[in-house]
Design a protein around this ligand. Structure first.
Ligand code: PLP
Length: 415
């Protein structure tokens, strides 16, 4: 008999971690290096921004030493001084208006915030609508312990993957169980698109009309380098309603996924209270909160970081766009985030998920490049792949794209 509970067995037998992520961590030991390992593995599948990692780390280190209080228990929803510094920063950069520190909860990463928020707003088997293409991790976040049913709202490539209200309504009506929430990533992942304010207003009005929660996942809010301005859910007309919640964190906009610091902004005191009762099990380390509070309290330095981060992302996007163009690889440019979606439909041996899986495996074996398969992003049509371009230096990204071009044989003749 197994030593595990049925829940424990389920985790072992069907792990929530996606196969492309598992492959990434397996291959990292053989990672590419221009001198020591020029044929090594190039992982372009993980949404991380390491472009300013050295600078941010140095800034955090300058906040040390931390006082002994950081070793002690503190408010499980986050140290109040940290939340005050966060409120100030988020007010300037996300919300363009005042944020009340009491309306913030700090937990160990945006994934923990999502898991705990949905635990308190939806019951097992109830439905959460997720527009696709989507961040792959929502399924692990909301199915594993919250036991929710995620229903995709599929956008099609012919429309440029436009988010449309009719599709939302159709998904709501088709849901097998009561729909409790819509989870909207804004700016989105994997398309790197900034949703226009009008779209967000329409979606919010639709959600309000049906009394469903609208969770804005805004973890890429500051990582915008295109001309279109980001609009937070908290900036919409009428402000953040009782069923609207914003999720943000340091993993993406500060390239600090290892610090595990995510933030919930909700004006709903009942929701905050319920999440607060769970917070003890996934709090953010006091030491991390201290460093981040000190970093944010120097507003000029924090603002300058955001400006440089955006510039560097814009530069990295230009680099990958040029490389993909040179190789004749079709892709949809981004305006935010650290990824583009490549259209490799023409390279599938057959237009099916099996065909997409085969192409993914071939690119990993032949080019030693790992892309996020569209299937993991729940894209409705096989053949699209997400390419993350800010987790490796420009030379690695160029090398990875050149290898993809060779493996696909897509380089334009004479080019
Ligand atoms: C849209 C979105 N939400 C949440 C997360 C998870 O963030 P964290 O590492 O802070 O848990 C990610 C990570 O890729 C993401 O892309």
């Amino acid at each position: 008999m197994s030593e595990l509970s049925s829940r424990g067995r389920r985790l072992v037998e069907s792990p929530p971690l996606a196969a492309y992520v598992a492959a990434h961590f397996e291959q990292l030991e053989d990672a590419w290096d221009p001198q020591d390992n020029p044929t090594g593995y190039i992982g372009l599948c993980i949404a991380e921004n390491k472009l300013l990692a050295g600078e941010f780390l140095a800034a955090l280190e300058s906040t040390l030493p931390a006082p002994a209080e950081t070793l002690a228990y503190d408010a499980v929803v986050g140290n109040l001084e940290f939340r005050r510094a966060l409120a100030d920063f988020m007010g300037r950069h996300l919300v363009q208006g005042p944020v009340d520190a009491e309306q913030l909860i700090v937990l160990g990463g945006a994934g923990s915030v999502l898991e705990q928020l949905f635990y308190v707003i939806a019951d097992p088997r109830e439905t959460v609508l997720v527009p696709t293409p989507s961040y792959a991790g929502f399924w692990a976040d909301l199915e594993t312990r919250d036991e929710l049913h995620l229903q995709t709202v599929d956008a099609r490539s012919e429309t440029g993957f436009a988010l449309d209200l009719e599709a939302l309504e159709a998904a709501r009506l088709a849901a097998p169980t009561p729909v409790r929430a819509l989870l909207l990533t804004s700016p989105d992942n994997p398309l790197g698109r900034v949703h226009p304010r009008e779209t967000l207003e329409q979606v919010a009005a639709w959600a309000d009309a049906h009394e469903i929660h609208l969770v804005f996942d805004e973890v890429y809010a500051l990582s915008v380098f295109g001309p279109r301005a980001f609009t937070s859910g908290a900036q919409l007309s009428g402000g953040l309603g009782p069923r609207h919640h914003v999720v943000w964190g340091f993993s993406k906009d500060f390239g600090a996924s290892g610090l595990r610091c995510g933030v919930l902004l909700s004006h709903n005191a009942q929701v905050r209270r319920a999440v607060g009762e769970l917070a003890y099990w996934s709090g953010c380390s006091g030491h991390t909160q201290y460093m981040l509070a000190r970093f944010l309290s120097d507003a000029a330095r924090a603002d300058a970081y955001v400006t440089r981060m955006r510039e560097s992302l814009g530069g990295a996007h230009a680099t990958v766009s040029a490389a993909l163009h040179d190789e004749g690889i079709d892709f949809r440019p981004g305006e935010a985030g650290f990824f583009v979606v490549c259209d490799l439909r023409a390279h599938l041996s057959e237009a099916s998920w099996e065909g997409e899986r085969r192409l993914w495996a071939r690119l990993l074996a032949e080019a030693r490049v790992n892309l996020t398969p569209g299937e993991a992003c729940r894209i409705a049509e096989p053949g699209f792949f997400r390419l993350c371009y800010a987790s490796m230096p420009a030379a690695a990204v160029r090398e990875g794209v050149a290898r993809l071009g060779r493996a696909l044989g897509s380089k334009p003749s004479g080019g």
